[in-house]
Design a protein around this ligand. Structure first.
Ligand SMILES: *[C@@H]1O[C@H](CO)[C@@H](O)[C@H](O)[C@H]1NC(C)=O
Length: 391
């Protein structure tokens, strides 16, 4: 009898301790402290930087917006882009094309970070020549599960896209309006820095979404902190604080970065220029330094560089673009995450109208979905014969 009492007492104490720990570790942290996510401060130790071989020919003279296409051979024929050439100045990067050491145009230094390498190389090598009409950044496949169109056809979307209207409010807009598969609704996924995310990433290391969410806080800290502060908290106390400005770089356990998914977006020229060219170089180096074939063993083992797995590194960057580009009031004193989250996820009905001229839609009963506009395909995949049957 006494034994049993003792055991239940132990159990109660154990349970209480665990419960306390969970509550304690998940306690809200200073919500209102702005994030010092104002400048990319990552510093490479690489002594050589890639040559400027990503120039997009004729861009300087273009009055059209640039269409920056990040493609790989597996994306199939790029002919579908021809029908868009009267609307956009095409800049097509094929990341896995055979290396042409003499070419100076439309080359990327490595096939790394999915679309990010082409996007960043475009920004770096054409920084001074970004068209006044802006730039649209897309993937190379015409049909993709995440294209916000009833047939998932990016040719239809890009033909309908009203670039100037899309840029009018914030100078940046994701091309997706529907919130499914995104981190827009608070129920979509736990906060990136939460215990739940860390546990999910540990239990399912093959789940790129969980793993990249778990890796995001340290990656952002490395990118915006730039001094190895990935493991340090609110590190305003060190010497670099004055150059960094007020605020913290590391996401807290309850801070969620909300954003539309899938890294296709449109940006205004002055939003590109709100970042220095060196920042885009630093961001690309973070990716390159973290790749397994960089030959820089010491570097790629450091926690400061991009995760080696492209599904993880690429997905982390897909949650960074809007932070780089959205025009935020008072951005120089730091990023107000709650405000940024609201800006990152406009209502679907407003988005369809502004971007694609699909106005007065019926059946928009939730902020993130309008009936009949877009449906997430099963398993995030289109049937293999989709292109053949829809051409
Ligand atoms: C784009 O939107 C603007 C309003 O924001 C409008 O004046 C213009 O006519 C639209 N362009 C097209 C081609 O629909």
């Amino acid at each position: 009898m006494r034994r049993r009492t003792q055991r239940s007492l132990t159990n109660i104490v154990l349970f209480g301790t665990v419960l306390f720990l969970i509550i304690y570790l998940n306690r809200p942290q200073s919500k209102n402290t702005p994030f010092a996510w104002t400048t990319i401060r990552y510093k490479t130790t690489s002594t050589t930087l890639p040559q400027p071989r990503g120039i997009c020919p004729g861009l300087a003279d273009s009055s059209k917006p640039a269409l920056v296409v990040a493609r790989v051979a597996a994306d199939g024929d790029s002919e579908w882009l021809d029908s868009l050439a009267h609307l956009y100045h095409l800049c097509v990067y094929t990341a896995d094309a055979p290396v042409d050491t003499y070419a100076t145009h439309l080359q990327v230094p490595a096939n790394r970070g999915h679309e990010a390498m082409a996007y960043l190389t475009f920004l770096i090598d054409n920084y001074a020549d970004i068209p006044a009409a802006g730039a649209v950044f897309v993937h190379g496949a015409r049909w993709a599960w995440h294209n916000d169109e009833i047939d998932y056809d990016n040719a239809v979307l890009l033909a309908a896209l009203n670039v100037s209207a899309a840029l009018a409010p914030l100078g940046y807009h994701n091309l997706r309006c529907d919130w499914s598969a995104s981190m827009c609704s608070p129920s979509s996924a736990p906060a990136q820095g939460s215990l739940e995310t860390s546990v999910n990433a540990m239990l399912e290391p093959w789940d790129a979404r969980a793993v990249s969410d778990a890796a995001l806080p340290a990656a952002f800290a490395a990118l915006f902190g730039g001094d190895g502060s990935a493991t340090g908290m609110n590190s305003v106390a060190d010497g670099s604080a004055s150059s960094r400005g007020a605020g913290r770089v590391l996401l807290g356990r309850t801070d969620a970065v909300r954003a539309q998914c899938c890294a296709q977006f449109v940006v205004a020229r002055d939003r590109v220029w709100q970042r220095s060219r060196e920042e885009y170089v630093a961001l690309r180096q973070w990716l390159l330094d973290g790749s397994s074939d960089s030959g820089n063993i010491k570097h790629s083992q450091s926690g400061n560089v991009a995760p080696r797995d492209d599904r993880v590194a690429g997905r982390i960057l897909s949650y960074l673009w809007h932070i780089l580009f959205i025009k935020q009031d008072g951005v120089y004193s730091g990023v107000d995450l709650e405000q940024l989250n609201i800006l990152a996820c406009p209502r679907a009905d407003e988005c369809y109208c502004r971007l694609y001229g699909r106005c007065d839609l019926q059946g928009c009963r939730t902020p993130g979905h309008c009936y009949g506009q877009y449906l997430l395909p099963p398993d995030f995949r289109l049937p293999p014969d989709w292109a053949a049957t829809h051409s």
